[in-house]
Design a protein around this ligand. Structure first.
Ligand SMILES: N[C@@H](CCC(=O)N[C@@H](CS)C(=O)NCC(=O)O)C(=O)O
Length: 199
């Protein structure tokens, strides 16, 4: 598998996932600050020119959450996803889809100070609803799916971690702060999130 990566990008999350799974992969650094994401070769992999991307033989996967979901299913023996035929998949999908479809656009709008929109029409509603949902979805103990850590934590927990770190989530509740602390304490998280990259 080839993992297209940059240390200052969302590819840190997919790298974390690869380490959680102990999955053999080739790490290919694409320096988007130098435009390496806009070469014809890379655009052929991801026409969005975005990082991360994963190439597994003939399979190309883009979008960080999709990569995490794909990897969790590729290595079922690692237990990072509920079995494909399990009803637990419903809850699991919710954690996988919510961050990218709701939280990211909401936080981007908030950060840009854009408040002139109709909460009924935009998919993310408004800040108050999102904060209530974050609170409801955050596990009081252990992980999103219970005692078993899964890709849901990499995607949802990783987004909360990012949101706290970059000031999107200004005053996380004690429950959210504790969950983010548990996330950051995982050896694979620590291996993938090298603090010197952010210095
Ligand atoms: N929806 C994408 C977003 C990926 C993304 O925005 N990546 C940024 C770095 S974090 C990027 O590649 N930016 C380069 C560019 O857009 O030119 C995902 O979830 O993977």
């Amino acid at each position: 598998m080839k993992h297209y990566f940059h240390p200052m990008s969302r590819a840190v999350g997919t790298h974390w996932m690869l380490i959680e799974l102990e999955a053999d992969h080739e790490q290919i650094v694409i320096d988007f600050t130098k435009g390496e994401n806009n070469t014809p070769e890379y655009r052929a992999i991801n026409p969005m020119g975005k990082i991360p991307a994963l190439v597994d033989g003939q399979v190309v996967v883009t979008e960080a959450a999709a990569i995490c979901a794909y990897l969790a299913d590729k290595f079922p023996e690692k237990g990072l996803a509920p079995p494909t035929n399990s009803s637990e998949r419903g809850k699991y999908y919710r954690y996988l889809f919510y961050p990218g479809t709701v939280l990211e656009p909401l936080f981007t709008f908030e950060q840009m100070g854009i408040r002139e929109y109709s909460p009924q029409s935009v998919g993310f509603g408004d800040l108050e609803r999102c904060l209530a949902t974050i609170e409801a979805l955050t596990p009081k103990e252990d992980w999103a799916m219970g005692t078993q850590f899964t890709a849901a934590d990499v995607v949802f927990g990783g987004t909360l971690d990012f949101a706290v770190q970059f000031g999107w989530l200004k005053s996380p509740s004690p429950k959210v702060a504790d969950y983010v602390a548990r996330i950051k304490n995982r050896p694979a998280y620590r291996e993938s999130h090298d603090p010197s990259w952010y210095a």
